[in-house]
Design a protein around this ligand. Structure first.
Ligand SMILES: *Cc1c(COP(=O)(O)O)cnc(C)c1O
Length: 365
């Protein structure tokens, strides 16, 4: 049998290590995972109630087009219903956009380094990823605009960027959009949108009217704390959504995910509380990093990329043995680790473990 040539050497996505696996492997009783940007406060109790109430209906297929959820979200955002598409996580929306728009040989532009799912899906379609280096951990939008050619179909802007946590401001985004030809799609990945407190953050939804080539992605996996249910969405002009819908599987979001997402949207108090606690957590971690003499990128999501001045993989290993799972291994940033902002207790435990790790792993001379 002969698979598509472009998939043979594709790396398999390496997720953060699961807590149970680490506990068993290392014989640890307490393990905290600060590796996948999950919500340390769980999810809204209303979402859990909605799931429980729906359990009797799991023998029936979900509403394939998630009408109730669509109506609620469109109302909240002040957009039309036909401007929304839901997916099995926003990961699926990324895959659907690429399936709908990229052919072998097409070019797609993204930052180096950014969320890996864009490139993986482009590789699967045989498209060419042009990776434009970040500057100070931030998207270099002028350089990305310069990289556009006749073959460019999609540009990806992850805002805040994963893994660096940095922001692109509304002003920067607007001048970028003005320099992008109308036939090139710009996908704005706002997985951490609800966490952002910086006033310069773009109001992307209001930009959709001016820029018909703009697509915005958001998710219920991060601040809403519904990562296990796999539900996220894309917003764009109706004709773009209609095209992406052609490559969507009929029942791509589940019944439990849909009711939980509806209930979670209705509990903005929970969202506001998590945003506030996260901002306090960022403050705490940044103060501790300053005390330890470590630099870091300005954090706008629920995670921080910190320069540990030593191989990140060795610091990761030392933290792991102490029961803290973080993320190392970013090509451009071998001396960094990415840590998710946890609860107050988790953050304290992480800092104590980090101090131990910094003593154990020596600085290269
Ligand atoms: C987590 C994340 C996503 C998608 O998460 P889903 O669980 O698939 O909704 C998308 N983009 C970025 C940058 C992320 O960090």
């Amino acid at each position: 049998m002969k698979p598509k040539t472009q998939i043979v050497n594709l790396p398999v996505y390496q997720p953060g290590k699961p807590i149970e696996e680490v506990k068993k492997e290392l014989g640890l009783e307490q393990v905290i995972k600060l590796a996948s940007n999950e919500n340390p406060y769980g999810s809204s109790p209303r979402a859990l109630e909605a799931i429980t109430a729906e359990l009797g209906s799991v023998s029936m297929y979900p509403d394939g087009s998630a009408v109730d959820l669509t109506v609620q979200l469109a109302g909240m955002l002040g957009i039309e219903r036909n401007q929304v598409i839901f997916g099995c996580g926003s990961d699926e929306i990324i895959a659907l956009i690429i399936r709908a728009y990229l052919q072998p040989g097409d070019e797609t532009i993204m930052a180096d380094q950014t969320f890996s799912v864009y490139k993986t899906n482009a590789d699967i379609e045989g498209a060419i990823s042009i990776e434009v280096p970040l500057v100070n951990g931030t998207h270099d939008l002028p350089a990305m605009a310069d990289a556009i050619t006749d073959k460019t179909k999609i540009v990806w802007v992850c805002n805040p960027n994963n893994p660096t946590g940095t922001l692109v401001s509304e002003q920067e985004l607007v001048s970028f959009m003005n320099s992008v030809p109308a036939h090139v799609m710009v996908v704005l990945d706002e997985a951490y949108y609800e966490y952002v407190t910086d006033a310069s953050y773009p109001n992307s939804i209001s930009m959709l009217k001016t820029y018909p080539n703009l697509v915005v992605l958001r998710t219920f996996s991060k601040i809403y704390g519904l990562a296990a249910l796999r539900i996220g969405y894309g917003i764009a002009q109706a004709d773009v959504i209609s095209l992406i819908n052609r490559v969507r599987e009929p029942f791509n979001t589940g019944r439990l995910a849909q009711v939980a997402a509806k209930a979670a949207l209705g509990d903005q108090e929970f969202v506001a509380k998590c945003r506030q606690l996260n901002a306090e957590g960022i403050q705490y971690l940044q103060t501790e990093f300053d005390r330890l003499g470590l630099s870091y990128f300005p954090a706008h999501g629920n995670f921080i990329m910190v320069d540990v001045n030593r191989p990140g993989k060795e610091v990761f290993q030392s933290l792991l043995l102490q029961g803290v799972i973080v993320r190392p291994g970013f090509n451009l940033y071998p001396n960094y680790i990415r840590v998710t902002v946890g609860s107050v207790d988790q953050n304290k435990f992480f800092i104590a473990s980090l101090e131990q790790a910094l003593r154990e792993v020596s600085t290269p001379v």
